[in-house]
Design a protein around this ligand. Sequence first.
Ligand code: HMG
Length: 397
Amino acid sequence: MIKIEVNMTIGIDKIGFATSQYVLKLQDLAETRGIDPEKLSKGLLLKELSIAPLTEDIVTLAASAGNSILTEEDKQEIDMVIVATESGVDQSKAAAVFVHGLLGIQPFARSFEIKEACYGATAALHYAKLHVENSPKSKVLVLASDIARYGVETPGEPTQGAGCVAMLISQNPRIMVFNNDNVAQTRDIMDFWRPNYSTTPFVNGVYSTQQYLDSLKTTWVEYQKRYECSLDDFEAVCFHLPYPKLALKGLKKILDKSFPQEKKDVLQKHFDESIIYSQKVGNIYTGSLFLGLLSLLENADSLKAGDKIALYSYGSGAVSEFFSVELVEGFEKQLQKNRLALLDRRQALSVADYERMFFEEAKLDESGSATMSGYEGQDFALIEIVDHQRRYSKVEK
Ligand code: HMG
């Protein structure tokens, strides 16, 4: 593999995750919708979905995920906050500005939002890397925060989800370094989109899966050409996970049939470890790929410093990117090992409660105000809307 020489190592120094406190079991959804549960558990490889109430949005999820990894020292050193999302709460004010305030990050920072469907966070990481290259003492907080809502009784319904992956980007990172090897591809297509007047997306479902797989194949071929490598150079591949079964098809598509069975088994084992969290959270759009990466890191027992992990990012519309990272010495000390137990603590909802909660909208009075309730279990919450202004707060315990 061609080694790209860089003067400075830049990458992910910390990684964290937040999701909502409610869960819908897909067994229950299947029974209510009259679907064979195996269509969801085997056909899509999904088990549960996180459900966010009205008081939990991309701002509160991002604040919770950021808060779970940052120290007071980090907050003084961060000079850029980027929220990648396609479920923004305002067409003008960036979610990152709310989050900057909620987390108490020092004032001389840039805060903004970035969008290209599920690809946004990959672009944000690249920008963060360029910023640290220019300004080596900087730390950048990247928050991949989304709530995926397809609508009741749509084909996408079992693939909804809610969550945020927070990543702190710096030089000399303690988890992984970015290899300087990104290959991106853009295609102007309509496979999944959400016009401003619609709260749920329009989806050409089968077409979107074909585009995901074809973008993977062609970007991977170009990557191999540019960097003279094969999957043999990687210990694992993480994929954007709209639902894990599609990513499994992706892995099979790029797996060299002539590989020894032993290598195929390693890639398959690491793939299985990378989908554990998504199987219980659903699609979190921009954060999905990185939730897969986190799941791999926290559930694999055979990864070691120096291992290379390939990442495939796909955002409808469509932009895709293939790139890789390399684990550094001591990476395992930065991880949290009880995340599955935390996910199991979420409160299970009946299908009727899920329908009521997930699709509820704020009931504004004539002045554009509403008071919220029921957010005691959250870390951060949307507590009220006053004259059309969203007011957020840390929830005191
Ligand atoms: P569907 O109705 O679940 O489709 O919709 P299906 O009937 O083809 O079934 C799915 C799989 O279940 C099939 O397996 C069936 O055979 C199997 P496959 O043939 O694919 O291997 N199956 C069963 N298995 C076991 N027991 C059974 C059974 N019955 C069927 N009884 C669809 C699938 C993708 C259309 C739908 O989920 C959807 O519209 N999803 C939303 C769009 C999406 O996720 N697209 C993915 C690519 S685009 C992307 O990744 C970007 C995105 O994240 C957005 C962004 O970028 O912002 C979506």
